[in-house]
Design a protein around this ligand. Structure first.
Ligand SMILES: Nc1ncnc2c1ncn2[C@@H]1O[C@H](COP(=O)(O)OP(=O)(O)OP(=O)(O)O)[C@@H](O)[C@H]1O
Length: 235
């Protein structure tokens, strides 16, 4: 797929013929220098933005061609999102935030799914607290639970540990890892941090809007070396 922003002198090719597949029950990290197209790729594959050219499929469903209502429903029912800034609703409790996507769809939480997610995030005694009464790491765990509660086909996490200290970061990354290993979900995460990428099965490297490399079973040194070489090329 290709994504072009702007016209004439302001024209930017943010994604240049990127062809990528995210396999189910796999944890993929997307890395690359600043401005390489990571967020654009994630927004296009998550149906938050449309490519200028090319197609996106979630499961067997083509996103191109869906009207706004169908796209909103698909995002709500089949995709989970985790953002850097948590994006919880401040007036709702942790539990109400977690179940919000189901409420919006008029569905009730599956008790077994809810129980296993609550156990995995380890916040049973905080469920009636509001976000302002929780630490950043705890808020992000609530956001992860909210992303998982609908049992989505894929969870997209955009710099999920960008605002967290290293202890909270490892809690979140372990939870995302567990989402794949124990809950059979598919996770796609944009990150700047080589350590975060080591939790993934596969790392994709973008540079200048192109997919330039990928790495399986990544190590922190391997990822760091690759990032250094990409950043040098960009200078
Ligand atoms: N809405 C927009 N309008 C015009 N140009 C944009 C827009 N969004 C992104 N771009 C440009 O597209 C390119 C890719 O941006 P993108 O945000 O996808 O990169 P990124 O790899 O996520 O960067 P970062 O790591 O800094 O968040 C950049 O050159 C950026 O300036």
């Amino acid at each position: 797929m290709t994504k072009v922003y702007g016209h004439a002198e302001a024209r930017v090719v943010a994604l240049d013929s990127v062809d990528v597949e995210f396999r189910s029950e796999q944890f993929t990290a997307i890395m690359g220098p600043s401005g390489s197209g990571k967020s654009t790729l994630m927004h296009c594959v998550a149906g938050l933005d449309a490519p200028s050219d090319g197609e996106v499929f979630v499961g067997g469903t083509a996103l191109t061609g869906l009207d706004d209502v169908a796209l909103t429903e698909l995002r709500r029912d089949r995709i989970g999102f985790v953002f850097q800034a948590f994006n919880l609703l401040p007036t709702l409790t942790a539990w109400e935030n977690i179940t919000l996507p189901l409420d919006l769809a008029g569905r009730k939480p599956d008790p077994q799914v809810a129980e296993s997610i609550i156990e995995a995030i380890g916040l049973r005694d905080r469920l009636s607290h509001r976000p302002s009464e929780l630490s950043g790491g705890q808020q992000q765990r609530v956001a992860c639970a909210r992303a998982l509660i609908t049992q989505p086909d894929v969870v997209f996490a955009d710099e999920p540990t960008g605002a967290l200290d290293s202890r909270s970061s490892s809690d979140i990354l372990s939870f995302l890892r567990r989402s794949v290993d124990d809950f059979d979900r598919t996770v796609v995460m944009v990150t700047h941090e080589p350590m975060a990428a080591t939790y993934a099965d596969r790392v994709l490297f973008l540079a200048d809007g192109r997919l330039v490399d990928e790495m399986y079973a990544p190590t922190a040194e391997g990822v760091l070396d690759k990032m250094k070489s990409l950043e040098k090329v960009g200078l």
